[in-house]
Design a protein around this ligand. Sequence first.
Ligand code: ACO
Length: 314
Amino acid sequence: MKKFARIIGTGSYLPPKIITNEDLEKTLDTSKEWIVTRTGIEKRHIVENQSNCELATIASQNALKAANISPKELDLIIFATTTPDKIFPATATVLQKALGASCPAFDLQAVCAGFIFALTTAEKYIKTNSANKVLVVGSETLSRIVDWTDRSTAILFGDGAGAVVLSSDLNAGILNTKLLSDGNYLPSLQVNNNYINQHGFIQMSGNEVFKAAIKHLSILALETIKENNITVDEIDYMIPHQANVRIITAIAQRINIPMDKVIVTLKDQGNTSAASIPLAIDKAVRDKRIKKNNILLLIGIGAGFSWGSVLLRF
Ligand code: ACO
């Protein structure tokens, strides 16, 4: 019998410290008007003394509570992150202990597309009867790899965590997944570290990333809609990775979906990389925009580049 992986609980967490555009004006050659008109971002949350795993733990606890299951019931934890607390062990295993879970746990790295890749992986475990309940987390402390003197990147990023619990379901859930990667884009967006200089910072050709994100995500969204024999009107909400509001509106225009059907959290959170999609899902679930049985289209792209889509019935 066909099995689906269905989201049964969502959770998120943002660290309390906020950096506004006005704060950045004081330290960088920029203006609050430039930042908000070019990106849509007004403020972002930044960690002070918390680790990435601490953010992920709170988001996961919130998701487990919403799903009404105990950590011991989990069969798998997948932790999407670009900013693990240590090179090893995997932050996922630290999270497993913090939650009091006892299942296998691993990290997955696909930068801003990390949550899409992790959700896709989790779905395959459920579909093949290898797991029944899976926790998928996207959690980041990007502020630790931002060069705070570089105005072209420092204005963009924020910290935070989002999580979903997936359970097997005989009726509905994830309907389709698509993943792509193209390593030719490496020079456009990377962290400039290596095994000698472990601590590097984000380096980016912003405009190249901007154009590629619009192009690839629009094509992918249109292909996903076509291959699944649905119309764009049947999508209740599109939840894109949150990088720049101009990227999001350009994609929405190209696929012809109205902006009131697009979940946007950029204004208050900035780009939280692998955390941005689960943070947006949780926000829209808790403010009751997303309802059971809604059709959601998730799309994300990140360094690599890697990009992908997940179409699901909530
Ligand atoms: N304040 C004022 N001026 C600035 C700033 C700033 N913070 N940053 C750049 N500028 C200047 C540039 O120096 C340039 O000046 P010049 O014309 O004298 O050379 C001018 O603004 C225009 O620069 P562009 O890079 O062409 O501006 P653009 O419209 O592309 O906006 C931005 C830049 C916001 C970075 C945009 O390209 C973007 O959001 N790209 C996507 C980046 C991203 O989110 N990457 C992260 C992860 S991957 C992903 O999530 C998709």
